[in-house]
Design a protein around this ligand. Structure first.
Ligand SMILES: NC(=O)c1ccc[n+]([C@@H]2O[C@H](COP(=O)([O-])OP(=O)(O)OC[C@H]3O[C@@H](n4cnc5c(N)ncnc54)[C@H](OP(=O)(O)O)[C@@H]3O)[C@@H](O)[C@H]2O)c1
Length: 288
């Protein structure tokens, strides 16, 4: 039988209502849980830390629905396996962000510019770096992430977790000299822009990232690059997997809201691994 479009639309709407009434009747919690699922956009989803975040979010389907914002479908296939929830775009292209962010409750920013070595270093000299044209820290870490924050505000996103780097209080930091990019300066400006946006934020400033298993070390939080004070003899490193877990926990824990902090880990075996993230976030403070 051929139905008119109006009849067909009414039929679909009625069947959806019957299904949703059925869920409410059979299990009221199931309906509440479905409503509570957080839809999270991950920018930098094919990155070394971003891909771990995507896998962790995918493992918690009862809590999260993940949209992976990627530059390359081929890399997404390689790093993420399934292309489910993938949107191809670029943080420098606002229209592509708008397409990806629609309907999201939260955004995780793990995208970043990356300096490229110019060539093999001369004997006894430090290697020289450059940034590709249009991919300087000002383009990606500041203007690109500003695009994400503006798009999030326009789309009614409630929460942003931003991962950056320790060292931003020192304008003369070595990383700022690489390729003339001032990477830490632009990352820190983006952090301030996020705070000023009024969106609930968590700003994680990581120490040196390493590819070791997560969940095996004590995580320590601080502020204002105090881990770099030589007399404190503090560690400066942490596994990407621990950063990824902190991102997931920041999406859930009220204590992480409107906080910014530096983060490192002790060596494995030196102290019990961190398991109480509410207590960890309780040690962190608001503001840059
Ligand atoms: N390396 C360290 O020791 C260290 C220390 C402290 C903090 N951090 C910071 O921690 C964060 C995560 O580090 P990581 O090593 O996991 O990063 P990573 O592997 O370099 O990943 C960066 C991601 O950003 C994406 N990206 C670059 N330009 C983009 C653009 N224009 N639009 C959209 N996406 C773009 C990349 O996409 P493609 O996959 O397509 O290239 C990649 O997925 C970064 O902010 C980094 O600066 C790093």
């Amino acid at each position: 039988m051929i139905r008119s479009i109006d009849e067909e639309q009414i039929r679909i709407l009625l069947s959806k209502k019957i299904k949703s009434d059925k869920v409410k009747k059979e299990d009221p919690n199931q309906y509440a849980n479905a409503m509570a699922i957080k839809k999270v956009l991950v920018s930098g989803a094919t990155g070394q830390t971003g891909s771990i975040v995507v896998h962790k979010l995918r493992d918690r389907t009862d809590e999260f629905d993940v949209i992976s914002f990627v530059r390359s479908e081929a890399k997404a296939k390689e790093k993420l396996g399934s292309l489910a929830g993938m949107v191809v775009g670029d943080v420098t292209d606002r229209a592509s962000i708008d397409r990806a962010i629609a309907g999201c409750d939260a955004v995780v920013i793990l995208s970043s510019s990356a300096p490229v070595m110019k060539g093999p270093p001369q004997p006894g000299q430090r290697p020289e770096f450059e940034f590709p044209a249009g991919a300087y820290p000002e383009d990606i870490d500041y203007n690109g992430h500003k695009n994400l924050i503006d798009a999030a505000a326009a789309a009614g996103v409630k929460q942003i977790v931003h991962v950056g780097s320790m060292g931003g209080t020192n304008e003369n930091h070595y990383l700022n000299t690489m390729g003339g990019g001032n990477i830490l300066i632009w990352k820190r400006r983006a952090e301030q822009y996020l705070i000023d946006s009024g969106i609930t934020y968590t700003i994680v400033r990581a120490g040196g990232l390493i590819d070791e298993p997560g969940g095996k070390r004590e995580i320590i939080v601080g502020k204002d690059d105090s881990f770099f004070i030589p007399e404190r003899k503090m560690p400066h490193k942490l596994p990407r997997a621990d950063v990824a877990e902190v991102v997931i926990q920041a999406l859930r824990e009220p204590n992480a809201q409107n906080k910014a902090f530096d983060m490192v880990t002790r060596e494995e075996g030196e102290a019990p691994p961190t398991s109480d993230f509410a207590a960890l976030f309780a040690q962190t403070t608001p503001g840059l």
